[in-house]
Design a binder for this molecule. Structure first.
Ligand code: URP
Ligand code: ZN
Ligand code: ZN
Length: 472
């Protein structure tokens, strides 16, 4: 065998299926050998005592997304992908979001321009469809799916973005025809508007009432409706950022019926609750996201969803704003109701440590399940497998080198995102990414940024290997 570029020696290689003590040989950015006593290499990296994991794939991330007048997201592609790399991720999938009246193709083009030469890890885009006009449905979407944009998100809530049931059905029908996957933000828009108006009239405007304005039935009903619409069209869907047991049970029931309905949950639904917003006054805006964190019973249900394969994806829903910033969480000035607080929290860097610590270390999930939930299933769901999401000969050498025993107290000062806070401040975790390698090159090495090159690439995707309609 020719001399390898790199050998990772002495670690424990973990995939979604196996845990094996072996070395990893890397050449030309690919994994080319797994075994003992691999030949020579330009560089041998001692990873004794470490876990060698497929790099995390965070398939639900927002960066540089338009967020309303006067509001700016805290991360662009540069800071977002740097933060992702420090969190043990080798790929992330942000959303190219259409705004009303825009051409989806133009949106995608503009997003590529923003990402060009800015990424530390590989990226691929989902689309967000907010204006499903005839030309979007008839021409743009089908052409974009053919070009490798094989998943799109639709919203059942948010001003200017919510689709009607008819629009959802039309988008689903295009997905069915083209083999794409629809990701659904399931909350009942009218119910939220009704509750928001009532809360405001009662003077309940502090950020903590954000959670009160979108309680569990709002999410459960929309989840049920989304599943019903998908059943009518016979199209696979992913219900994203599921926060509670009632929505989870809707997904489980659909799965038991044989429907291709997948679920995703996120760290905020495992370690935060609605109570965390209480007493913070405007500072509660830091935790405003949708759906909101719920209660401890909902946390338990989300764990069950992960343990019982109702959820196949664990993503961050990284959607970062700054708090103490005129373009951040409290904008526009003078509008003090929770209604105006931009929704979303940062989390791309803390997703893996939180799941490892709370899941693997506390015996809730196995190491192999951790890999499946954070990397492999994302690659399979979104048409990237086996190029991404596993450690196998022929796959990209996208690797997180993980210290399973490192004890860290999460703190803003350790993180690399553009936000000025983390919702997970002071949470103690065990297990931390030491180094992150993208296609055979260290981006982070021993906790330091290892390169100035922003050589993350855009990866065009195949259709989902999991989500094939039932009657195909
Ligand atoms: O509050 C959230 N989740 N913001 C991000 C946008 C979305 O709905 O995923
Ligand atoms: Zn959403
Ligand atoms: Zn999101």
């Amino acid at each position: 065998m020719n001399e390898l570029d790199v050998i990772l020696r002495g670690g424990t290689v973990v995939t979604a299926a196996d845990t094996t003590r072996c070395d990893v040989g890397i050449s030309g950015g690919k994994i080319v050998a797994l075994g003992e006593s691999l030949g020579g290499a330009k560089e041998v990296v001692d990873v004794t005592g470490k876990l060698v994991l497929p790099g995390g794939i965070d398939s639900h991330v927002h960066v540089s997304q338009p967020s309303g007048p006067g509001i700016r997201m805290a991360d662009d592609f540069e800071s977002g992908t740097r933060s992702a790399a420090f969190g043990g991720n080798t790929m992330m999938l942000p959303f190219a979001m259409q705004q009303k009246g825009q051409s989806l193709r133009e949106v995608v083009k503009a997003y590529h321009e923003q990402a060009k030469d800015k990424c530390y890890v590989d990226v691929s885009f989902h689309l967000i469809v907010t204006d499903p006009t005839e030309s979007v449905l008839g021409q743009e979407l089908p052409a974009l799916v053919e070009d490798g944009y094989t998943s799109f998100k639709v919203f059942m809530t948010y001003e200017g973005m919510a689709l009607s049931d008819l629009e959802m059905l039309n988008v689903m029908a295009v997905a069915r025809e083209t083999g794409a996957l629809v990701m659904i933000h399931a909350e009942n828009y009218d119910a939220i508007r009704f509750l928001t108006d009532r809360l405001e009239r009662a003077g309940k405007t502090a950020p903590q009432y954000h959670a009160t304005s979108r309680p569990i039935p709002v999410e459960r009903e929309a989840t049920h409706r989304a599943i019903s619409l998908a059943e009518l069209v016979d199209v696979p869907i992913v219900i994203v950022h599921v926060s509670n047991g009632e929505a989870m049970e809707e997904i489980r029931r659909a799965q038991q019926k044989g429907l291709k309905v997948y679920g995703e949950t996120c760290p905020q639904y495992l370690v935060l609750t609605e109570k965390d917003l209480e007493g913070l006054n405007m500072e509660g805006a830091r935790l405003v996201c949708s759906p909101p964190p719920r209660d401890t019973a909902s946390q338990q249900a989300c764990w069950q969803g992960l343990q019982q394969n109702v959820f196949s994806l664990f993503s961050s829903d990284h959607c970062p704003f700054r708090y103490d910033d005129p373009e951040g969480k409290l904008t526009p000035k003078g509008r003090t109701s929770f209604r105006w607080v931009p929704n979303g929290i940062p989390g791309v860097e803390t997703r893996l440590p939180i799941l490892f610590s709370e899941g693997v270390k506390k015996g809730r999930i196995s190491l192999n399940e951790f890999v499946a939930l954070t990397a492999t299933n994302h690659a399979k769901m979104y048409g990237l497998y086996p190029q991404k999401g596993t450690i196998a000969v022929g796959s990209d050498a996208d690797i997180a080198i993980w210290d399973p025993d490192r004890e860290v107290t999460i703190s803003q000062k350790l993180l690399h995102h553009g936000s000025d806070y983390t919702p997970y401040e002071a949470i103690a975790v065990t297990g931390w990414p030491v180094s992150t390698m993208v296609r055979g090159h260290f981006v982070v090495r021993d906790g330091e940024l290892a390169t100035k090159d922003k050589s993350g690439r855009y990866v065009s995707r195949a259709k989902s290997s999991l989500a094939v309609p039932r009657n195909h």
